[in-house]
Design a protein around this ligand. Structure first.
Ligand code: SIN
Length: 293
């Protein structure tokens, strides 16, 4: 097993393409500015950071997350917020008062969190609290590694294009309560975003798209856009650029929403309980409301 020391932090690579585990951090303790700067450097360089064994409260998760930027209060996704902490987005399969949890199917497609907003998050910090006996894994892919692997000609073709991110195109919207769907539609119009974005901290180029929300390139017909978007999406999720995380209780993964996508797998028994929460750290303003064509 390859291990190295960076300052006081011991690290271990998670996969060939990206991802790193940092050992020895306890998020119940105050972290120095130097430690946070080093975590940020490792996060930027590796796309995802794993921290194991974090027996923390919501307050610890929020306080640690704030060290990396302003937190989203999930105003456009109110139904999924923690009742006492708007900074926390709850991912739960546990029924509430006999009714299915509103977030039981969230994230069942490859995406970068909230790419359909005008201030897409730079990253998310996810804490696994209750897990099924088997499964409930999350997959990640590096859209930076995928971009790097494109041919020079394809990079030229897609440079300057914009893709429309429409949250309402997510397939599981059809299975959601119509009142919730109407609320989500009102709060989340289609947003055009650059298809290739330059990471604000590393300066590296990354593809910016999703499996279900980006069917359209601005200025192209859907039948022209769809094959190109499908090809780029399939390229991103080539196993070469992916990592599958099998969660253990109290794992944290910090994922960079600018250079990775993720997918919450439904690979567990119906009725099994999975309860996790995440913060969402705001990035730089990007994109505009797409009115058609
Ligand atoms: C998400 O934030 O997209 C959900 C990830 C997960 O539940 O594994």
């Amino acid at each position: 097993m390859h291990r190295e020391n960076t300052h006081a932090l011991q690290t271990r690579r998670l996969s060939h393409a990206f991802g790193i585990e940092i050992e020895g951090l306890d998020l119940r303790e105050a972290q120095s500015d130097a430690t946070i700067a080093e975590v940020r450097r490792l996060w930027n360089e590796n796309g995802i950071v794993l921290l194991r064994g974090q027996q923390i409260t919501p307050g610890h998760l929020i306080a640690f997350s704030r060290r990396f930027g302003e937190l989203d209060l999930h105003e456009t996704l109110k139904a999924f917020r923690h009742p006492d902490h708007p900074e926390l987005f709850v991912l739960s399969t546990i029924p509430v008062e006999g009714k299915p949890s509103v977030s039981e199917n969230v994230g069942r497609h490859w995406h970068s969190d909230m790419s359909y907003t005008l201030c897409p998050p730079l990253g998310s910090i996810f804490h696994a609290q209750i897990l099924p006996d088997v499964g409930g894994d999350t997959m990640f892919c590096s859209t930076q590694a995928a971009y790097d692997a494109l041919s020079p000609k394809m990079k030229q073709v897609i440079e300057g294009l914009e893709a429309v991110h429409n949250y309402m195109d997510v397939e599981n919207m059809k299975r959601r309560d119509p009142a919730l769907v109407a609320q989500l539609r009102e709060a989340n119009p289609p947003i055009a975003q650059p298809l290739v974005r330059t990471h604000a901290e590393t300066g590296k180029k990354c593809l910016y798209l999703s499996e279900q929300m980006t069917r359209r390139i601005v200025g192209m017909h859907e039948k022209e856009s769809a094959p190109l978007m499908r090809m780029l999406f399939e390229h991103c999720v080539d196993p070469l650029y992916t990592y599958r995380h099998k969660w253990a209780k109290n794992d944290i993964i910090m994922w960079d929403n600018r250079s990775t996508m993720h997918l919450a797998l439904a690979d567990f028994d119906a009725g099994a309980h999975r309860y996790c929460m995440r913060t969402t750290i705001l990035g730089k303003p990007s994109g505009y409301v797409w009115k058609g064509q």
